[in-house]
Design a protein around this ligand. Sequence first.
Ligand code: SF4
Length: 483
Amino acid sequence: MAEGESKFIPDTAEPEKEEAEKPEEEKFSPERVLEMPPKELADFFSDLQEKGELEAFLKEAAENDALVAQFSYWEKWLAKDQRRLVDEVVAKKREVYGENSESLPLELEKKFTPAELHSIFSNLVGIQLTFGCSKGCPFCALDAVPGVREHIPYSQLANLFQKYGREIKETEPPLYWASEPSDYASKQGLEDKTYQDVHQLADEYAGYSPPITSKNIEDQEWLDFVGEQQGRVSLYGREPAQAEKIIQDQWSKKNMIRSVGEGREHSKGIGLSLMKEGLEEEKEKTGIVNRDGVLLSPRGLYNVVRVPISDKYPQGLAAVPLEKVTSEEIKVGESIDDAMREHVVEFRDLDPKIHGGEEEGVIFICGNGTEYVVKNNEDGIITLCEKYDRVDVSEFVQISLANNEVYDENTGEKIEADSKIIEALKTIDFFDLEHEFSLQKKISIGPKKWDFQVEIKNIGFVGVSIEADLATRKSRIKISQKV
Ligand code: SF4
């Protein structure tokens, strides 16, 4: 049976009869299970367990990558014995198929074309090296399951960075997500590979030093490494005096390590903890993640999009397994989750307090390269979908100059700009400014503004402000000369 077609049939003496007698809504289909919010999924598991059908269901579901990804993402929401069953079934599957040291993680090359992989790896928000976390913080905002269960084999990470280093460099993803970086350990032949080895792969093949935030403050060798890489230690949940001492101790050893979370607790109002009695008042509006894009984990490949916290999205994040990349048009009225199953979400890095899809829009990349900007409401229903034309700042400079739309920033009056300034604007290398502009560049709804400074020979610094309406493609330039 092809993937995606599998249907769970309850383990009964007369399965066909049982199935036929069930009302339509009681039949289980992968599609239906994939749509379940985490609480519903956990109830569904408990229901199956009560009927003695959970193991049979999981064995069949293990053949469907999207279902495995879905159960894994929400594994902390399951009862302990149910988690154990999921882990056992996944481990068995890995045993049967073996570890292919020639492949990419999750053997993604068998599922996606090189062009699709290019798009996927250019938009990574993170690479989760290990599934589960040794720290097991009770209020982990990303619901990490306590205890490490699985890791991406080092050989596959090496293949990934060697083949797609240029793409990965585009977003410089951290090598953790709902995980502790120092937990990583992988056998490569007789060698034990650690986080440091994977960090080295990023350095060597993708040309960047991945950002690190770690809760491991027990291991001095590790702390030295984190300090060298200008990483941070997380001091959430520690007494201020204790946190201060940890940092002072390191500084006295000349390890100028940075820290985050001093004197603060993890928020109790995000993720699974929302379900705990007495914590209703703690509910936050947004989660901790500040980016949209693609997440790679040992258990799946996901699109993630920031959304307001709700029962459906308790982490303030829609995390949906990416099953394929199609050229299907995205339609108003559909669920954003459906669009996320079949299109790559473009990387965006914004203030976590902004609900991506609601306020700024999410950009989807289709298989044929067409891009859409999509907005959704609180329930994840798409309310707007527009074709997205990539914004090119230099294009708006040319439009403004061709139409003599040049103004003095201070007086607001139209001016004839100095020819040296005009020449400088025409030849400016916006590629160098691209990183700075990346935030604005990737938003295509409504009017936009870019501000920057250029130094012009014999004139000095000139402040430039480009105002563009992306819909009408009209624009103007405001100039302020700083003498
Ligand atoms: S260390 Fe980080 S990822 Fe691990 S449980 Fe704690 S908060 Fe979650």
